[in-house]
Write a protein that binds this ligand. Sequence first.
Ligand SMILES: C[S@@+](CC[C@H](N)C(=O)[O-])C[C@H]1O[C@@H](n2cnc3c(N)ncnc32)[C@H](O)[C@@H]1O
Length: 259
Amino acid sequence: MIAREALSEAERRLGAAGIDTPRVDAELLVAHVLGVSRTGVYADLDAEVEGLEPLLTRRERREPLAYVLGEWGFRRLTLKTDARALVPRPETETVVERALALLAGSPSPRVLDVGVGSGAIALALKDERPDAQVTGVDVSLEALALARENAQRLGLEVELREGDVGDAAAGWDLVVSNPPYVESLAGLQPELEHEPVQALIGAGFHEQLARIARTRFLVLEVGDGQASDVAALLAADGYCDVAVTRDLAGRERVVEGSR
Ligand SMILES: C[S@@+](CC[C@H](N)C(=O)[O-])C[C@H]1O[C@@H](n2cnc3c(N)ncnc32)[C@H](O)[C@@H]1O
């Protein structure tokens, strides 16, 4: 099949599978098998496309595009992505942005990322603040293995080890976390069912982190609708300068405070 046909066939099948962005997904899948950029697909619509079918079938089954492609962009990095850890989300880029802003006046800051997953936050912080000493902890050994692969591929030195919320008590300049905060997957996108459940479902992490952390700055990603409760928690725990930041879609997704 040539690229022109592959694009329309993939778009049709992905649309029928209920995917919101069938054309974009089709372009990215065809680009991936051709080894070109998304726009590069249009440079030669007569190019022969091979190896698309297994990827298209996975995406039709609503496996996240990032897992099917095997890598995903996050801030300035391209991270390896697979079912061992959550797909890095655009709203989490805002978490990194706030963390960087708070650390602007702190030389060689000690940073802890609780629930490091693929390494997205920890690695982006190390990339953009090379003087930071960054530690990432997770309860999932599988996620840690993926984070280590990402650190190695990117040549970024961060400490990655098994750990949990309790590690926040050690004394840090910044504790950052995108903890599991979804109550249930009912009614959410089917893609979530392919991601690790312990990365998604959880409750009480923001409260625990706010209470346990010994840190100058705390930056937390929150679910849609959780920001005001988490901001109130931080204020009640004695944090100052408590602030909520909206993501690029205008939703309140990041809460921060200082000691
Ligand atoms: C929402 S994912 C965030 C992954 C990554 N930081 C990101 O933003 O893409 C939450 C992560 O927390 C981890 N996790 C779940 N319970 C934990 C706990 N008690 N302590 C530390 N990490 C935990 C999960 O394994 C998962 O990797």
